[in-house]
Design a protein around this ligand. Structure first.
Ligand SMILES: [Zn+2]
Length: 352
């Protein structure tokens, strides 16, 4: 292993406490004053809460739900699969898969990207859920040596645009880039009309919940993600992205859908429903992830550098829109990462 990578991994272990400072938080949602551009006013309300209009949000949900259903009708059973889904095994993607199968009766290929840090309970959940729902499933495991280089680089380098830091840790963004394009590539090659993600309504803006991928937009999105990954791990990362051959075939570009942005979303109810499928809540992950051990480490690194939790934006939006109790969100954001998991991840990133 390169010395600079070793140093980075070590540095990430040197936290004082949980990296969370005592800060003022929006009185209505949970965004802290350390969040970029939060704009807390004299009454302690953030700019996102000031501009939020519940009636507009409801109308938008209906509009996108209709749009998805209209697009779906003529494309059912047009090929082997109606949809390919990025299935992490977490609660949101499990509930999304349940909706695709039970509400829409789609033929789904569920794909799990094994980043080397999936919780053992999550792996068991994945097996149980795909069996119960009767859908085809693939574990896709990219080269771990490449992932190690990427995740180690993401510890202390920004890698992507400053905007991405407001929504997720750099480690999460780099992992999601691979997930997104691996699944997209399979959709293009397999002529699957829909690529589905299990983003919560806090992660997926409603305006982006249903859209057709167009080659020009994809090309620039891919460049913004692929170039930093290639700088960290070499040109081999190109194997997980689209090639000129894919771009030359614009007929094959699928729609992107994030159903939880427009379906009913209530966390407690979601967990109850998926537990009926045999899903169990992992006890070895941090409170913001129900599948990934790397997440605790990624959160710790992010909080230490930027002094806000990378889940703050998502949880604030869930609270603002009435999907999650404010107390629950505050408790989750205040939870320290499990030092054993953080240490375990660090050891695995150091492993040759
Ligand atoms: Zn707020």
């Amino acid at each position: 292993m390169h010395d600079d990578r070793r140093a980075r991994v070590r540095a990430a272990g040197g936290f004082a406490g949980n990296g969370v400072l005592r800060v003022r938080v929006c009185e209505r949602c949970v965004l802290p004053e350390t969040f970029p551009g939060v704009g807390l006013d004299g009454t302690g309300i953030c700019r996102f809460c000031r501009s939020y209009k519940p009636e507009r949000a409801e109308a938008a949900k209906e509009k996108y739900l209709r749009r998805f259903e209209e697009l779906l009708a003529p494309r059912r059973r047009a090929g082997r699969y109606d949809a390919i889904m990025a299935y992490s095994g977490g609660k949101d993607s499990t509930y999304t898969l349940l909706a695709l199968k039970r509400r829409y009766q789609l033929s789904v290929l569920a794909v799990t990207l094994d980043n080397g840090f999936i919780s053992p309970v999550a792996i068991e959940n994945i097996r149980v859920v795909v069996e119960r729902l009767g859908c085809d499933h693939l574990f896709f495991k990219p080269r771990f040596d490449l992932l190690q280089k990427i995740f180690s680089r993401a510890i202390d380098e920004q890698m992507f645009s400053a905007k991405t830091l407001e929504r997720a840790s750099t480690i999460c963004t780099s992992c999601m880039a691979i997930v997104k394009f691996v699944v997209l590539r399979m959709a293009v090659e397999g002529r699957i009309p829909f690529v589905v993600y299990g983003w919560s309504p806090g992660q997926a803006p409603i305006e982006a919940s249903v859209f057709r991928h167009n080659p020009a937009m994809l090309r620039s999105m891919q460049k913004a993600l692929q170039d930093p990954l290639a700088a960290a791990a070499g040109p081999e990362v190109g194997d997980y992205f689209l090639t000129e051959e894919h771009f030359a075939d614009p007929g094959g570009f699928p729609y992107s859908v994030s159903p939880l942005a427009f379906l009913e979303y209530d966390e407690e109810r979601i967990v109850e429903e998926i537990q009926r499928l045999g899903w169990r809540r992992p006890t070895d992950t941090d409170p913001n992830s129900t599948n990934c051990l790397l997440n605790a480490f990624a959160n710790q690194v992010h909080k230490d550098r930027f002094h806000f939790n990378p889940y703050a934006f998502e949880l604030a939006k869930l609270v603002r829109e009435g999907h999650l109790a404010r107390e629950e969100a505050l408790a989750r954001l205040a939870t320290s990462e499990n030092p054993e998991i953080v240490a375990q991840v660090r050891r695995r990133l150091l492993d040759k």
